[in-house]
Unconditional design. Sequence first.
Lengths: 383, 383
Amino acid sequence: MAEEFDTDKYPHINQGLAGIVAFSTTKSFIDGQKGELIYAGYTIETLAENASFEEVCFLLWNDRLPNQQELDDLTRKLQQSRSLPEPVLNYIRDTSDTAEPMSVLRTAVSMLADSHEVDTDKAKVFRINKAISITAKMPTIIAAFDRIRNGKDIIEPLDSKSTAFNFLYMLNGEEPGEQAEKTMDLCLILHAEHGMNASTFTGRAICSTEADMFSAVTGSIGALKGPLHGGANQAVMNMLLEIEDKGDDPVEYIKERLAGKEKVMGFGHRVYKTMDPRARLLRKESKRLSKETGHEELYNWSEAILETMKSEKDIDPNVDFFSATVYYSMGIKPDLYTCIFAASRVSGWTGHYIEQAENNRLVRPRALYTGEKNLDWVPVEDR
Amino acid sequence: MAEEFDTDKYPHINQGLAGIVAFSTTKSFIDGQKGELIYAGYTIETLAENASFEEVCFLLWNDRLPNQQELDDLTRKLQQSRSLPEPVLNYIRDTSDTAEPMSVLRTAVSMLADSHEVDTDKAKVFRINKAISITAKMPTIIAAFDRIRNGKDIIEPLDSKSTAFNFLYMLNGEEPGEQAEKTMDLCLILHAEHGMNASTFTGRAICSTEADMFSAVTGSIGALKGPLHGGANQAVMNMLLEIEDKGDDPVEYIKERLAGKEKVMGFGHRVYKTMDPRARLLRKESKRLSKETGHEELYNWSEAILETMKSEKDIDPNVDFFSATVYYSMGIKPDLYTCIFAASRVSGWTGHYIEQAENNRLVRPRALYTGEKNLDWVPVEDR
């Protein structure tokens, strides 16, 4: 049996693996027609209304919600795991201020492996402890790099409070209000898990070689960095800021882009054929927040763009479209948006790692060879 | 259209994506029945006999062999790109001596991104220049870490000589002989490319989000680190050393492992149904080298193990089986074997990156959801 095939025998290439079912999972379910998203049994609306990010982490790692003692235990472990090892702090201080935040996050998470013992224990509890350790440290990495590149001191994490609270505290150097913490917590919940997207899939492919969790999460961060995946919310914000800079009318701006066959970021999704349920939840948050923080204009533009895209192209916004204005209203720089996405999605990535490791098969698809065969060697002087 | 499906509607899960054609490629062709491997038109035997690793790099990036000027140009660029940026050297000096070499390689390659300008230029020449930069630096990273963890000074790369020569020179602190350079060059050629394996596939999946080449190669290193993929040659050597330590008879040792249903590393392959052509080439090299360096016993054991596996299980050795003894005979520590694999395979990974980037579609397969749906929220105190 050949690995790479002749075109005439095996003509079908599954471009982008679209429609190919690669794994079974208990982590999430998406109904793209209905605009429905479920994490391990619970609709995203139920979780957005009731859960904390910490409860969602437990859910994605254990496929059930924690009882009070389990939740307290997880919260304490996360709080105790937020500090970064010295070599990681040295790297963050040492590297270029102009480094891309997602690159720094990828490197720092990869480096965390050096401070962990190489564990050969395959028990689920060890895997969950590693997931806790990585999840706890990602906001610290992002905040530390943002402080350093702006010439500020790194803020040590608190050994109390939620992930959302600590993240905003380490980023801004002051304790966030209750509403800001709640909004950040909602954003972390909404981005935590989303089926077999490219970064989650990458992590499972890496896991399938029996590589460690640091390798898998590092690979996932790299995949999320791409503008076609996690980079979209940053692109949405840049678009809104460009409209503001130029003093353009947003509707005209969008129509021009469409006429020029340019992509409008934050719209459409391979999965959803109606509005992404996360966009629906963030739309409300964006409206409320932009009013409170005096960025109402940005929200109004978003709505005008949404209407234009619907009437011109019948395309709905995705999660990136409203998360951009929500983060902007909270004073977070656009080039950190994808990092926040990663700090949330790591809960899903590690949940998938645990699931893959427990029922593994090496991921090794095929490629169709379309090149030459059996060419004769020609010495370099005769080429 | 739903992303995750109900079992009864879509019962087929493509475990490990076995048999699924994911891409077309001009990089390599494998005929697993005949034991044939082709890189961009040339059989592995032709390349092993005639080419240098530098020519193979050019071939995998350009789909043709270089003329003299092009080869000189590539060789010079590689020579000029071997030195590491200061933050990467600082990291290598700073991290734990007990860190895993593949983890250090993954982190250091990820860190290289910070020293490169974020290029928005999509021209092929820029991508090839980035591939040159990464390929040139990987041996330097591996050698620097190995020196540092052994309390030795880092050896600066030469701005002359081949990749193979420099690698051995930086590792050992002395210039290698002609035969040692040739053997290392052969190993680099044989590991450069091999179809849609897990690490190459991971790199293409990361590339498909339009993430940069550093992200893709970092992910590939993580995938290669797994014992089911690149970690196998180290496991083969550890097995041979265990036989030596215990004074066991290798044939009895293997029979015991088989009787205990334990895996014997270095045998079998999802693709090859006969002897891996790379194993055939390395078998000769292993025989010659182990005689020259006084490790003939190890070679004889390898042959005995090979015969036992053939007669007991009808399984042939793969590339990892003989590369282990070749590296060992050259005095290289077993935990660096997978790093050498990576330092070679980066040529194929980057070749695939360039190919994917030029004809891209986002990789996003599906998963079958097997969990619960629409569970009701229960407050934490009632759980």
